[in-house]
Design a protein around this ligand. Structure first.
Ligand SMILES: [Zn+2]
Length: 281
């Protein structure tokens, strides 16, 4: 450990600067989205069984609503541009732009070189939760996804129903790809309904029992044509452990909703990022 300098306290007292001030992000017309949601009609429903995943298609300008329909349950969400799977949800940049957890008015951004909104959160029935005394909050973009490789690394165990594997199977089913073809497309998730944070003393990633209850929903507008996969995490409400069959698990539902004709007039599906990709050459 290096020697503590004379001015250690002064250096620690320097106030932080927000890395990405986000006031210049394109504005989100939430009142327009909410009005369109009001008159929207059901297109399709999909059920992610406990410890399994479901896939769904949402067209640009349609909504998708993720619902807790039974006991408390968290979900792991992956999103792709249905026309080009190389454009997919970018958890890290979403975190850099909006913070560790996302809620109403915030967006799920896509990978480079696209970097555009894939989906916008329109309604979040858990928005009341805010940030608790432990530094925990809901719907994080800090976790990755539970997976069989980390379990093997830490305990030598084999478990096949982690979100990573559930999403791999569902993507293979959705596209006709083999499991080995589908797996590299699986990416870091939005942890829907999960309550997480970092401990203040050791900075470790923690989870705690989700405040979600039957009837809670997270509603998003698809900004581009999407293929989505939602896994009902084997951690259940994530109050104890994941990556095993120990936790009590419940299903999650995804409903796709179509707004009335004209209800989103003035809205446009966003174009890919305008950077010219010459990278200085
Ligand atoms: Zn999981």
């Amino acid at each position: 450990m290096g020697q503590r300098p004379q001015d250690a306290d002064a250096r620690r007292a320097v106030p932080p600067v927000i890395c990405y001030p986000n006031e210049t992000l394109p504005a989100v017309d939430i009142p327009l989205y909410l009005a369109a949601l009001e008159g929207a009609t059901l297109v399709s429903s999909h059920l992610a069984a406990p410890r399994d995943a479901t896939h769904f298609h949402v067209k640009a300008g349609q909504f998708f609503r993720i619902s807790c329909v039974d006991g408390p349950q968290v979900g792991d969400l992956n999103l792709w541009n249905v026309h080009d799977l190389s454009e997919r949800f970018y958890s890290g940049k979403t975190r850099a732009l909006h913070g560790t957890h996302v809620s109403e008015g915030e967006r799920l951004w896509s990978s480079f070189p696209y970097l555009r909104p894939m989906a916008t959160i329109v309604q979040d029935s858990l928005a009341w939760y805010g940030m608790d005394a432990f530094g925990g909050s809901v719907h994080d973009v800090i976790g990755t996804r539970c997976d069989p490789y980390t379990g093997m690394l830490l305990s030598g165990d084999t478990y096949h129903y982690c979100c990573h594997s559930n999403i791999t199977r569902a993507l293979a089913d959705a596209t006709g790809m083999s499991l080995h073809e589908a797996e590299p497309h699986v990416h870091d998730v939005l942890n829907v309904f999960m309550c997480t944070g970092f401990t203040r003393d050791t900075g470790q990633y923690f989870m705690k029992a989700s405040p979600v209850r039957a009837g809670d929903t997270l509603v998003m507008l698809a900004e581009i044509d999407l293929l989505g996969v939602l896994s009902a995490c084997p951690g259940g409400d994530c109050s104890s452990e994941h990556s095993s069959d120990v936790a009590q698990c419940y299903p999650l539902q995804v409903d796709v909703l179509e707004p009335a004709a004209g209800a989103l007039d003035g809205w446009q599906s966003p174009a890919p990022n305008a950077y010219d990709r010459t990278h200085g050459r």
